[in-house]
Design a protein around this ligand. Structure first.
Ligand SMILES: N[C@@H](CCC(=O)N[C@@H](CS)C(=O)NCC(=O)O)C(=O)O
Length: 101
């Protein structure tokens, strides 16, 4: 089942997730959720993200929101993502966390 990304490209964190996917050649389906039309406030979207914010992803039965958590999940879950995105080395990884946090 293809990874689904719930996004409105007006959203910077949504764009960050989409850029990461594109740069790493990860196959995904973008589901447009229009903030201006308040589509993120529907009960259907609340099933995806109870916080009713964008972005969010659904990967099979797994749902996740918060862009930094999503980026880390993608870096760790998809083969072929270069180590520099989320390094195994604890010192280098800590530098990534200091930027994300
Ligand atoms: N810390 C969250 C921020 C999510 C967020 O605030 N998204 C905004 C768009 S940039 C949103 O969905 N706003 C809709 C609203 O506030 O009703 C993340 O990085 O995913």
């Amino acid at each position: 089942m293809k990874l689904k990304v719930y996004a409105d490209r007006m959203s910077q964190p949504a764009r960050a997730v989409i850029l990461f996917l594109k740069l790493n050649g990860i196959n995904y389906e973008e589901v447009r959720v229009d903030i201006a039309k308040r589509q993120h406030l529907t009960p259907e979207y609340a099933e995806i993200n109870p916080m009713k914010l964008l972005p969010a992803i659904v990967d099979g039965r797994f749902k996740l929101f918060e862009s930094h958590a999503i980026l880390i999940y993608l870096a760790c879950s998809f083969p072929g993502v270069a180590d520099h995105w989320y390094p195994a080395d604890v010192f280098k990884r800590s530098k990534i966390h200091s930027v994300l946090d």
